[in-house]
Ligand binder design. Structure first.
Ligand code: NAD
Ligand code: IPM
Ligand code: MN
Length: 362
């Protein structure tokens, strides 16, 4: 097959550090798998915007369409920088790519790895092993809403949760297909149908109707507030969760925390049909508080790269990429027991050191 073309957006803060560590792992893995690949760097980031005034435009999107997949570190500057107000970077880069490339699934596994410490008492790897399928192109992220009488004492703002039957159904269908392949074949819809009665109803009906096509999959429903409680008290109830965009954002930070920290949580923004490239990134952000100190845990990014290779390899029918992705996933699990009882986000090991340990385990 053709060499795999990866577009790299290292981004801001710890982004370049964790992406650098993941690419060291890729270099170590590729040869043994017979994987040929290229990595092309793109500068899109808060830093690039502050320097040049350029965020990301339609011609950039067109260039990115020419790649097989995108590896992203993290974008975003300091939280109170007035020059970055209004989500100029988050909306202008991250959400724009997710929407324009129609990456309608945000796949976010929550797995406690061997040796990694969880804050949950008496919970082990067998209790924390599920996948969140987060809808990635709708909901409160559409930017629908606005102000009335802005700046006056009568100011009103609204932000609308948009759910289309098409968008909801394709996400739910993906989740059922995923659940079907898993050993437990269990799928939980997470929403807030007792309050969000319109959006919730669209989700609920689509879920019930698609469920009829998957009799082998056991289904369940939890309100999102209860889901947060279960994730802490009984995470073992979950196998696959399907969830709208905003709730999915929130519960997957909680998922990261129970699986050992933000630096452990990988994700894929998938265009499952392969009509545009998918984008893989850690769940965490640019972590300005630890940037530039070689302190960031690169496991989330290394795992995201593993996911990139497996997913893109499947879509592009590139067996070497799939094999390489599987080997990287296995190498991570071989390394984590060496940190027994530690939180890798605060382990004292350097970002590059952890990267080298995974590369050596290949
Ligand atoms: P964050 O995820 O960057 O950081 C939250 C906390 O987790 C911080 O204490 C940080 O030090 C820690 N942390 C994160 N990743 C870590 C790692 N790999 N190893 C060790 N510790 C880690 O979230 P935030 O502070 O809310 O956001 C910072 C910036 O990143 C903001 O501009 C935000 O908009 C942006 N952001 C970007 C993305 C993305 O590009 N995908 C995702 C989330 C946030
Ligand atoms: C994430 C992030 C983004 C989101 C932000 C930075 C726009 O928090 O990827 O989880 O809300 O999706
Ligand atoms: Mn988030």
């Amino acid at each position: 097959s053709q060499p795999l073309k990866i577009a790299q957006i290292a981004g801001d803060g710890i982004g370049p550090e964790v992406v650098g560590a993941s690419l060291e792992v890729l270099r170590a893995a590729a040869h043994g798998c017979g994987l040929e690949y290229s990595v092309t760097e793109f500068p899109f980031s808060a830093a690039h915007f502050l320097e040049t005034g350029h965020v990301l435009d339609d011609s950039d999107i067109e260039k990115l369409r020419g790649f097989d997949s995108i590896l992203l570190g993290a974008v975003g500057g300091l939280p109170n920088d007035p020059r970055l107000a209004g989500g100029v970077i988050e909306k202008g880069i991250l959400l724009k790519l997710r929407f324009e490339l129609d990456q309608y699934i945000n796949l976010r596994p929550v797995s406690l790895y061997p040796g990694i410490e969880t804050p949950l008492k008496d919970k082990t790897a067998e209790h924390i092993d599920f996948v969140c399928v987060r809808e990635n192109t709708e909901d409160l992220y559409c930017g629908v809403g606005g102000y009335v009488r802005k700046g006056t004492p009568q100011e009103v703002s609204s932000q609308t949760m948009v759910s289309t039957r098409f968008g909801v159904e394709r996400c739910i269908r993906y989740a059922f297909e995923l659940a079907k392949t898993r050993q437990r074949k269990n799928l939980t819809l997470v929403h807030k149908t007792n309050v969000l009665t319109f959006a919730g109803d669209t989700w609920h009906r689509a879920f019930k109707e698609v469920a009829e096509e998957y009799p082998e999959v056991e289904t369940n429903y939890h309100h999102v507030d209860a889901c947060c409680m279960y994730m802490v008290q009984r995470p073992e109830v979950y196998d696959v969760i399907v969830v709208p965009n905003m709730f999915g954002d929130i519960i997957t930070d909680l998922g990261a925390a129970i699986a050992g920290g933000m630096g452990m949580a990988a994700s894929g923004n998938l265009n499952p049909d392969g009509v545009a490239p998918s984008m893989f990134e850690p769940v965490h952000g640019s972590a300005p508080d630890i940037a530039g100190q070689n302190l960031a845990n690169p496991i989330a990014t290394i795992d995201s790269l593993g996911l990139l290779l497996r997913e893109t390899g499947r879509i592009k029918q590139n067996a070497a990429a799939v094999k390489c992705g599987e080997q990287i996933g296995a190498a991570v699990k071989k390394v984590t027991p060496k940190f027994a009882g530690k939180n890798l986000d605060r382990s004292g090991y350097g970002t590059d050191e952890i990267g080298s340990m995974v590369a050596d385990a290949l």
